[in-house]
Write a protein of this length. Structure first.
Length: 307
């Protein structure tokens, strides 16, 4: 695939959008990758990291191996993700703490439109497709209703598996890797390890993430190659089920003390904006949801025109 510099700039911007989504617990960067049209290429590029790549590196040199890896694409994308995380993390954290309803409304509209976009990619709807979609939706919804583990495990083996599971969720549209870490009770230990520069724990999580990413990307690539319609139906269901997690209006049932000693919501449930205890900001929420929804339609229109 021949690309120009401006194409890699666009890929970097898509990476920034993925990074911004991954910062928000409950929104998946995989969803952004899919609706921006780079999901299958991302899976294919990651799955290129195998023994054949190292054989090529040894036999033909770095340049040929880099091309086989689709290195320019991955580099542009991950640079965008990194820039986004370090530059937007504070802004998104501020919005989550001070304007959560408006932020969630924007993402709700964006994800809602992505359901329509992904469902339109399914070329053949049949009974099995609908069953797979419904099962995916129920599974994702069930995950969003789970209570986070009260007890936290910081053993290296547990951290390895937590990293592997979280990274799988991160590239799966509809499921947030950060949310999975919260559910497993690994979110706080990982943050503590990073802050305390606990290199053993960080290395265990990183190794688990690498193993999970390389393994799961190959599985998804195989599913897209052999059962694309059913895979798309399952992903559509996952995103539908995940809407419960990003519903703007929540009622907090229990609270917890975070690593900074601040009281934060521990267990929440979705409520109607009309029964929300506080300012529902309904008008601005609807406007931002429409903006998020429209953004996906514009991206789809631009992609069609480019083709």
């Amino acid at each position: 695939m021949s690309r120009k510099i401006k194409d890699y700039v666009v890929i970097g911007l898509k990476g920034m959008a993925m990074g911004a989504a991954d910062v928000v617990p409950g929104v998946s960067g995989g969803t952004i990758a899919f609706i921006s049209g780079i999901y299958e290429e991302l899976l294919g590029s990651i799955s290129n990291v195998n023994l054949d790549l190292f054989k090529t590196l040894k036999k033909d040199g770095f340049k040929v191996a880099w091309k086989q890896l689709n290195g320019n694409f991955l580099l542009s994308l991950f640079v965008g993700i990194f820039i986004s995380i370090i530059s937007l993390a504070k802004a998104i954290k501020y919005l989550l703490e001070n304007e959560p309803i408006l932020l969630w409304s924007f993402f709700f509209g964006l994800v809602l439109a992505s359901i329509i976009y992904i469902a339109k990619q399914i070329s053949n709807w049949n009974v099995i497709s609908f069953i797979v979609l419904i099962l995916g939706a129920f599974l994702a919804y069930y995950i969003t209703t789970l209570n986070p583990l009260v007890t936290e495990n910081s053993s290296l083996l547990f951290m390895f598996f937590a990293g592997a599971i979280a990274i799988c969720a991160m590239i799966l549209p509809g499921i947030s890797g950060a949310f999975i870490l919260v559910l497993l009770g690994a979110y706080k230990p990982i943050l503590t390890a990073v802050n305390d520069r606990d290199l053993k724990t960080v290395a265990a999580v990183g190794l688990g993430a690498i193993v999970g990413l390389l393994t799961f990307s190959k599985i998804l690539k195989w599913l897209f190659a052999h059962y694309k319609n059913y895979t798309l139906a399952a992903l559509t269901g996952f995103i539908i089920g995940s809407l419960n997690k990003i519903w703007p209006w929540k009622e907090t049932l229990t609270w917890r003390i975070n690593s900074h000693g601040v009281e934060v919501p521990f267990n929440q449930q979705s409520v109607s904006p009309f029964s929300f205890d506080g300012d529902a900001q309904l008008l601005f929420s609807i406007v931002l949801a429409v903006v998020g929804f429209s953004l996906i339609l514009i991206m789809e229109k631009l992609a069609v025109n480019k083709q």
